[in-house]
Design a protein around this ligand. Structure first.
Ligand code: GLC
Length: 630
């Protein structure tokens, strides 16, 4: 009896010492020891709070304190009044103070869609969207962009970016195809290097352990797991019908690399695999991602993603919570009615439908990321990072990325001299088109607002401004957004630069079954290129139907969605740099060919995957002739 009593006494002594020591607050301890010390201290309410991510508009100090909310986000365009660094810091301090006012003082992490720079924030550098970055095929460039993005996210005090999207877009009719690097899984795999830029590179490359080295880095998020870019006809959030072998080969493979690079979080796709909603897919989330691929970070839902398990969305929220959490999702991006989520999950645990082991797995993963990224030690915004927002060095990096993302698809008519590089010292040029002088249009979706918008929406250089800056002082630049017939000819210009393309869009609003050149793009090309030598620059999130108008063009450049640094385009069209980009997506002839990807049977594109010209080379003329004549 004495022995048992002595043992009990020792145990009690140890526990009281441990409780007093609060090991989890000791940064010299490793993450696992800190988790093991903290987890047993937590009540069910505190654990479920960590599994809750809610939108900034429904939260305040008291909510963070009273509901133990573990994470906050803003939807695209949901920004604190004024959208200044000061406003972001003030908001984040309020939320974080609420979290640190809780019994255990577990800091919250704030997530934002920094998908091409810190793109919600006024004055941030806006990098080219992934559709253009994939053209570069350069992992080191992506790593540098990731590092710059992390600094600009930290400038606003935010510690978590819902980036990168590592979708393999297999059909350009998908409204999110511009968020995908390529139709080629290999290109997507290689460009997961951005994770090292965003999070930092682990000293010891321990696969699967989430690494965020320091407070100049952010937690990243590989998304959307899995098969988001393979849905039927590119319909967003729809069904990806594919056998397991091809799902792995085409869509899952980039997650191998993301996990090996220590990505901290993985976001689940709205889409379904062979009819099973990904948010309900225990096999792919728990068996494959967590067990087979040994992912050690946390799995987060998409925005209202669990609601969409049922149809109509949210029609059985109990079932949504039960199914999603038991499938292995660790944090739910609710994002508004967090009280209902917390109440439902609490009831499901108390009634035994969701085990405490499942809850503890989720909270362990969330705490692992928070400890590893140093959040307990640096929970608040650091004003020292403010200087990085829109830093000139970042704009120079974005300008380099723009240069390298351009693809020259035509240069010169048969029997005539190539048009590019353009002369800077010619006497008169015309710059025309809806996208010539519009920062918003050249940035595309996910810029300042969710969908993006036209106009001078943020700091940057439009293509027209870049042209004016590039040409000699003696060159007259005539800007006409939509020249009518006869205008171009009447000006006596040496050549015209016509910049046309798509309006900004996001997600389902970008789904498009015809992919024709919208707005006044076609008549602008016809009115100008029919009267004067012209270079057409296409600003778009994907290839569009262009073949019928190609004969009119003397030169044609795909610029994708270049972002804020329009000078990257003039650097190349005026010959300071040559083109180096080659297509990372097949350029189809007609939409009835879709989906059509490199390697497919009956592959008959207008421009094949990997195609791209350099200026003033015989190859340019030969390829063009061969291409059009078929
Ligand atoms: C969106 C997107 C996802 C984004 C999330 C938060 O619906 O699917 O990519 O990270 O919601 O804005």
């Amino acid at each position: 009896m004495e022995r048992a009593a002595a043992l009990a006494l020792c145990l009690n002594l140890f526990i009281s010492v441990a409780v007093c020591l609060e090991i989890y607050k000791d940064p010299s301890q490793d993450a696992e020891a800190r988790i093991q010390d903290l987890l047993p201290r937590m009540t069910l309410a505190e654990k479920i709070g960590q599994m809750t991510q809610a939108e900034r508009r429904v939260l305040d100090y008291a909510a963070m304190r009273d509901y133990f909310i573990g994470s906050v986000l803003n939807g695209g365009g949901s920004v604190p009044k004024g959208n200044t660094i000061q406003a972001w810091h003030k908001m984040l301090r309020t939320f974080q103070s609420g979290s640190l006012a809780t019994r255990l003082q577990i800091p919250m992490m704030y997530g934002i869609d920094a998908v091409h720079g810190n793109n919600n924030v006024l004055g941030a550098t806006i990098f080219p969207h992934n559709v253009g970055l994939g053209v570069t095929r350069d992992p080191d460039l992506l790593k540098r962009i990731g590092a710059a993005t992390a600094l600009e996210v930290r400038a606003t005090g935010i510690q978590y970016a819902f980036s990168p999207c590592i979708a393999t877009c297999r059909d350009p009719r998908w409204g999110r195809c511009y968020e995908s690097y390529s139709e080629s899984t290999d290109i997507v795999r290689n460009l997961t290097e951005i994770i090292f830029g965003l999070q930092g590179e682990p000293a010891n490359k321990t696969a699967g352990v989430p690494f965020v080295a320091d407070s100049s880095k952010v937690a990243a998020c590989a998304k959307h797991y899995v098969g988001d870019g393979g849905t039927v006809n590119g319909i967003n959030e729809n069904n990806t019908i594919i056998d397991y072998e091809d799902l792995v080969k085409i869509h899952m493979a980039p997650y191998f690399d993301a996990i090996a690079k220590g990505v901290s979080t993985v976001m689940i796709s709205y889409s379904s695999w062979n009819g099973i909603k990904m948010h309900a897919n225990k096999f792919l989330i728990t068996e494959v991602l967590k067990k087979q691929l040994n992912f050690q970070g946390f799995v987060i839902s998409d925005w209202s993603g669990i609601d969409r398990i049922t149809s109509p969305s949210g029609s059985n929220y109990t079932f949504s919570v039960l199914t999603a959490v038991n499938a292995g999702i660790d944090m739910i991006m609710v994002p508004f009615d967090y009280k209902s989520y917390i109440s439902e999950l609490t009831r499901l645990v108390n009634e035994g439908y969701i085990s405490m082991d499942r809850i503890d797995d989720a909270v362990t993963r969330i705490l692992r990321v928070k400890f590893t990224m140093g959040l307990f030690e640096s929970p608040y915004p650091d004003r020292a990072f403010a200087k990085y927002l829109g830093a000139e060095s970042h704009r120079a990096l974005a300008r380099e990325a723009v240069r390298r993302s351009l693809v020259l698809l035509k240069n010169g008519q048969e029997g005539s001299e190539p048009l590019l590089p353009l002369s800077k010292s010619t006497s008169k040029i015309i710059v025309a088109g809806s996208h010539a002088d519009d920062i918003g249009l050249q940035c595309g979706g996910w810029t300042i607002s969710w969908f993006g918008s036209s106009g001078s929406i943020t700091k940057g250089t439009s293509i027209l401004q870049a042209v004016r800056n590039a040409v000699s002082p003696s060159t007259e630049v005539i800007h006409e957004r939509f020249p009518q017939p006869g205008f171009a000819k009447s000006q006596g210009a040496d050549y015209a630069i016509v910049v046309v393309g798509e309006p900004p869009y996001a997600e389902t609003y970008g789904d498009n079954l015809n992919l024709t050149l919208p707005l006044e793009g076609i008549p602008t090309i016809q009115n100008v290129c029919g009267e004067v030598k012209c270079l057409v620059i296409l600003i778009s999130g994907r290839p569009l139907v262009i073949e019928p108008y190609l004969p009119l063009m003397d030169a044609f450049v795909a610029a994708w969605l270049p972002g804020s640094e329009g000078a990257g385009i003039t650097d190349v069209i005026f010959g300071d740099y040559d083109f180096e980009g080659t297509l990372a997506r097949t350029w189809f002839r007609r939409v009835d060919q879709l989906p059509m990807n490199v390697g497919d049977p009956n592959y008959d594109p207008l421009f094949p995957f990997g195609f791209g010209l350099k200026t003033n080379t015989l190859l340019s003329r030969y390829c063009l002739t061969f291409k059009i004549s078929r």
